[in-house]
Design a protein around this ligand. Structure first.
Ligand SMILES: Cc1ncc(COP(=O)(O)O)c(C=O)c1O
Length: 451
């Protein structure tokens, strides 16, 4: 007898992931039927004609097939060959063997050096885990933190559905805290206090707070005061912090800059709040979503707990080695004076320059449409505009109708969480400029006629 639907656990059935939910599923079906679809539902840069950067791909090519170093003389720059040799030596057995379950030590040390240089703080390779994308790190941390159905995890609303989905799957409680749309989606202490109080009043034991900085889907970039406020809040209420920093390179406004939770925490001398920070090869200017590279860095975690985290990581043996090497290239890029540097810098600046342009073009275009209001896209890869809907209509119906009539695939705001009575959708800023213009034109006509 085959497995039956009614045998599935309720946590599995309740788990939802809107970014690949009903609207994108319908979009794929339409595409198979021959419709031209503009997929704005997911932050997947290389699906939007973004080219991979040369340097990491060259290093990866040599690591995958070391024979190229001698069989293809003159093709690869010297520093690429030296890097590939160092990485292969660091892995000991090459890319086809399992590594330590926390990842290749040589690469973890490089991650440590990267954080040290970025933040001016001490690091420890034993507190760094290489993961299959940031997602696996987040899941590992949440698995550790949720010990039973009374355990709550504070997640921003709107949030990236990895958090809601994983908390549901691990049978914990989602404790949403609203971000303030009227103030560029910033975090406020009042919102945190209110959400925590409601949760504790209903018997939930809140264990951790997740913060996404820069924000997905909001694009907000937190300043030092905001980060410091979250750390104080966490200490006062005995919470761990999950800092999702996968968009740290995607900061577009002059005057804004990315600050890590680790840096602010160390500079405050904070030793009583456990911190899990995440970074990824999927975003930034690399956009290597398919390589599944990322890392988690932890602080203020006692050794016996750290051992349990390592045990959990070891259940899947190790993160994929290609992703680990991609992570190495992310944290140890070519330096000025090295042969690969000029091309690397040019490709990096071109990707970031384009994203900066598209962020403005899209937000301005959306704001020209009567009935649509969009905050400045300060960071990350998305706009999350607010829409006015005809009475009785939901954002899911709106997004589905938008897809059917215009071929544009966006995700309803309800998949990310939003204040009751408001409606939004999320779109990426990734389509090339000419496509962004098409998106804005079609949306404008659609919105005016939507009943
Ligand atoms: C906020 C946030 N965190 C984590 C991830 C997962 O990224 P990865 O590809 O590294 O698993 C994403 C992907 O879109 C994201 O937006």
């Amino acid at each position: 007898m085959t497995i039956r639907f009614d045998q599935l656990g309720s946590a599995v059935l309740r788990t939802e992931y809107a970014v690949r939910g009903p609207v994108p599923t319908r979009a794929q079906q339409l595409e198979r039927e021959g419709r031209e679809i503009i997929f704005c539902n997911i932050g997947n840069p290389q699906a939007f004609e973004q080219k991979p950067l040369t340097y990491p791909r060259q290093v990866l090519a040599l690591c995958q097939y070391p024979g190229l170093m001698t069989e293809a003389p003159g093709i690869f720059p010297e520093d690429v060959i030296a890097t590939a040799r160092a990485v292969l030596e660091g892995t000991r057995y090459g890319l086809g063997a399992y590594s330590d379950s926390t990842g290749v030590r040589f690469i973890r040390e490089a991650v440590g050096a990267f954080i040290q240089e970025r933040d001016g703080i001490e690091t420890n390779a034993e507190a760094i885990y290489l993961t299959d994308g940031a997602s696996k790190g987040v899941q590992g941390a949440l698995r550790l933190l949720i010990s039973g159905p009374q355990d709550g995890i504070m997640i921003p609303l709107p949030q990236y559905p990895l958090y809601s989905a994983t908390v549901t799957l691990y049978e914990g409680q989602q404790v949403g805290y609203y971000l303030d749309e009227g103030h560029d989606w910033k975090l406020s202490r009042e919102m945190l206090d209110e959400s925590l109080k409601q949760a504790t009043d209903s018997g939930i034991k809140v264990r951790a707070i997740c913060v996404i900085n820069p924000g997905n889907p909001t694009g907000a970039v937190l300043d030092c005061a905001n980060i410091s406020m979250v750390i104080d809040f966490a200490r006062e209420h005995d919470l761990a912090i999950l800092a999702d920093e996968v968009y740290q390179e995607n900061v577009y406004l002059q005057g804004d800059r990315f600050l890590s939770f680790a840096k602010v925490m160390v500079e405050k001398g904070e030793r009583d709040v456990s911190l899990f920070s995440f970074h990824s090869c999927s975003k930034g200017f690399l956009g290597e979503c398919g390589l599944r590279g990322g890392y988690m860095e932890v602080r203020n975690i006692p050794p016996d707990v750290l051992a349990q985290l390592t045990k959990l990581q070891s259940v899947a043996l190790c993160a994929n080695l290609t992703g680990q090497v991609a992570t190495y290239c992310m944290v140890r890029p070519p330096k000025p004076g090295e042969p690969s540097y000029p091309l690397y810098a040019q490709e990096r600046d071109s990707v970031l320059g384009e994203l900066r342009k598209r962020a403005v073009l899209l937000a301005e275009g959306l704001n020209r449409i009567p009935g649509i209001q969009c905050n400045v896209v300060a960071g990350a890869m998305y706009a999350f505009p607010r829409i006015t809907l005809p009475a009785g209509r939901t954002d899911l119906e709106y997004c589905m109708a938008l897809l059917e009539r215009t071929g544009i695939c966006v995700v309803p705001g309800s998949g990310f969480g939003q204040l009751p009575g408001t409606a939004h959708f999320r779109t990426t800023i990734l389509p090339p400029t000419d496509k962004i213009r098409v998106v804005v034109e079609r949306l404008s006509a659609f919105h005016a006629s939507y009943r």
